[in-house]
Design a protein around this ligand. Structure first.
Ligand SMILES: *[C@@H]1O[C@H](CO)[C@@H](O)[C@H](O)[C@H]1NC(C)=O
Ligand SMILES: *[C@@H]1O[C@H](CO)[C@@H](O)[C@H](O)[C@H]1NC(C)=O
Ligand SMILES: *[C@@H]1O[C@H](CO)[C@@H](O)[C@H](O)[C@H]1NC(C)=O
Ligand SMILES: *[C@@H]1O[C@H](CO)[C@@H](O)[C@H](O)[C@H]1NC(C)=O
Ligand SMILES: *[C@@H]1O[C@H](CO)[C@@H](O)[C@H](O)[C@H]1NC(C)=O
Ligand SMILES: *[C@@H]1O[C@H](CO)[C@@H](O)[C@H](O)[C@H]1NC(C)=O
Ligand SMILES: *[C@@H]1O[C@H](CO)[C@@H](O)[C@H](O)[C@H]1NC(C)=O
Ligand SMILES: *[C@@H]1O[C@H](CO)[C@@H](O)[C@H](O)[C@H]1NC(C)=O
Ligand SMILES: *[C@@H]1O[C@H](CO)[C@@H](O)[C@H](O)[C@H]1NC(C)=O
Ligand SMILES: *[C@@H]1O[C@H](CO)[C@@H](O)[C@H](O)[C@H]1NC(C)=O
Length: 490
């Protein structure tokens, strides 16, 4: 459910246009031969020591200390105090729930830009109690958007107030049909030191109109995000509720040093593609103490799509997801992928609680993606009524266009999962790697899946690794010799 797919995609998956078996067999044989030839020079970082990546900039060095931080501290450096404090009401804004404040927000930001140029120092824009309807507006650097108690920003119901901008280079034009996409409600490109916070304020994308246009297939471009920041650094997003995003809710892409803390993200449980938080081709991202319920993944780490993501090659790394809880009945609690073509590494997922969801922890890839998923540490996860608590999957068959490369197989190596309890589960873990690119170093310790029928069994294909203290008994692929499987838990 990560990729926006037109209805015909779902139909053809249902069997209308499947290739015939002889053709599929031939294709598989060709793929097998081709991928044998690329195994030696595939894009995959060198492996060192206990199953991780070569030491790059680690979390602890990002925080300036020697030990792993237990908070997001260090991922965001608070800038100097904002010199100017203004209110959207000063720019002609009216918080009556009907007047459009698009011009007021844009004027306020332009004013902040001018002040910054003239006098230096940043600005804080207050949004007072009230209901402030607006179309998309851009943020600027050295800037705080502050929603006072009872302030609600509402996404405009006029699609023309969500202009079309360029497609993201790492996704190509497949998803962004016709080459462009609707801009997010709140957008930033090339920024430094931005804070979006408040005293229990709400930003409501009013996405229903967009979901309906997607359902009834009248949409020509991808829906906007609620908040998208591109090429930006040193960002704090905290203490607010974001709801009813047209598409993914919080989308940092090509960013670094992002803290998302104490946020509530809500969307109806059937709202399409309303992912909570999607760190994408970004580094040093810390997501902490957030509650999310939505119609798609709560958190999904991404890095671009097939040949476009491979070409741009911007990985996501040093990502912490801690203290997240929530529900998503058709998707996953924490996902990696399915778009991971720029690579994903050094991800820590801990103290996560997922209930009433289709999957808990999920890694999604496919042929054509290329890239890698490496050094993923997942621990202290509790789940209730999650159908498939741990799932690796392939073959969603969504590609940006016909130009994807079937030889570009993803590499998955070093996934350490420990201290997991899943109650009232429906299925044992389902781990499906990719033929000719088996997932290696899949390591599980102290993983308990409860509520299964007596005949429930793990189901594994093209994976290898080690397990210890896992119930029910894991598949034989995870019962290999520990030292041979490069599993090392600290
Ligand atoms: C694996 O990831 C963790 C957490 O991101 C990091 O601290 C560690 O240094 C990484 N290991 C390697 C070998 O890169
Ligand atoms: C932001 O503030 C920093 C100093 O803190 C300054 O160097 C920079 O030029 C400012 N950026 C903008 C776009 O105003
Ligand atoms: C906002 O920024 C985007 C580029 O990131 C640009 O295309 C758009 O015109 C800007 N909108 C406004 C109102 O400045
Ligand atoms: C979390 O945010 C809410 C407002 O949304 C605030 O009332 C509360 O104090 C915050 N909690 C922490 C621990 O910062
Ligand atoms: C925050 O505001 C919402 C309504 O917008 C309210 O339901 C909630 O109780 C408030 N929380 C706090 C901590 O003030
Ligand atoms: C599709 O949904 C939109 C938004 O609700 C609506 O304005 C439009 O009339 C619908 N179009 C069709 C063909 O149903
Ligand atoms: C969130 O709000 C609480 C209560 O006002 C405040 O103490 C805390 O510093 C805020 N946290 C962030 C990260 O903005
Ligand atoms: C495990 O996670 C839960 C939140 O789901 C948290 O309350 C608890 O303190 C964590 N336990 C440890 C040992 O960190
Ligand atoms: C196993 O995991 C559970 C859930 O996190 C935890 O409460 C328990 O202490 C762990 N046991 C061991 C031996 O680590
Ligand atoms: C496990 O593998 C290592 C290295 O491949 C080997 O030295 C060791 O004897 C093996 N141990 C068992 C119990 O098979």
């Amino acid at each position: 459910m990560d990729v926006e797919k037109p209805l015909w995609g779902a139909l053809s998956q249902g069997g209308l246009s499947r290739p015939s078996w002889p053709f599929a067999l031939l294709l598989l044989t060709v793929l097998a031969v081709l991928s044998l030839q690329i195994t030696s020079n595939a894009v995959c970082p060198t492996w060192a020591g206990g199953g991780g990546l070569r030491q790059e900039k680690t979390l602890s060095s990002a925080s300036g200390g020697d030990s792993q931080p237990t908070t997001c501290a260090g991922f965001f450096r608070e800038g100097p105090e904002r010199k100017v404090v203004m209110s959207v009401a000063d720019f002609g804004g009216v918080g009556d729930g009907t007047t459009s404040n698009t011009a007021a927000f844009r004027r306020a930001v332009e004013h902040a830009v001018r002040l910054g140029k003239e006098r230096g120092g940043g600005a804080r824009l207050n949004v007072p109690r009230g209901r402030w309807v607006t179309g998309s507006f851009n943020l600027t650097s050295n800037f705080t958007l502050f929603l006072e108690e009872g302030a609600v920003i509402l996404g405009s119901q006029d699609p023309k107030e969500w202009p079309i901008i360029e497609a993201l280079p790492s996704y190509g034009r497949g998803r962004e049909r016709l080459g462009g996409r609707h801009i997010s409600l709140i957008h930033g490109d090339g920024l430094n030191d931005v804070v979006i916070t408040g005293e229990n304020g709400t930003i409501d994308g009013q996405g229903k109109m967009w979901w309906e246009m997607w359902w009834n297939r009248t949409l020509k471009h991808t829906r906007g995000h609620l908040l998208e920041l591109m090429n930006s650094n040193n960002i704090l997003i905290s203490n607010l509720t974001f709801q009813n995003s047209p598409f993914w809710t919080i989308h940092p892409v090509y960013c670094s040093n992002i803290v998302i803390k104490n946020m509530t993200v809500l969307a109806p449980l059937n709202a399409p593609n309303t992912d909570g938080i999607d760190p994408d081709s970004s580094t040093n991202v810390c997501i902490e103490d957030c509650y999310i319920e939505s119609g798609d993944d709560l958190v999904a780490v991404k890095s671009g799509w097939d040949q476009y993501g491979i070409g741009i090659a911007r990985p996501s790394s040093n990502i912490i997801i801690r203290g997240v809880s929530g529900t998503t009945p058709t998707c996953s609690g924490v996902g990696i992928g399915s778009e991971m073509s720029g690579g994903v590494s050094n991800v820590v997922v801990e103290n996560v609680h997922i209930r009433d969801s289709a999957a808990g922890i999920r890694i999604k890839t496919d042929k054509g993606r290329g890239g890698y998923v490496a050094n993923i540490t997942i621990s202290n996860i509790t789940m209730e009524r999650v159908k498939i608590p741990i799932r690796f999957s392939r073959g969603a068959n969504d590609h940006p266009d016909e130009g994807w490369d079937p030889k570009a197989v993803p590499r998955v190596k070093g996934v350490f999962i420990s201290n997991v309890v899943s109650r009232d589960s429906v299925r044992a873990p389902l781990l499906e790697g990719i033929e000719d690119a088996p997932y290696e170093g899949i390591c599980m310790r102290n993983v308990t899946v409860l509520g299964l029928g007596a005949s429930a069994k793990w189901s594994c294909e093209f994976v290898s690794g080690f397990s210890d203290g896992v119930s029910p008994v894991p598949c034989p692929q995870l019962q290999s010799n520990r030292s041979a499987s490069s599993c090392s838990f600290s």
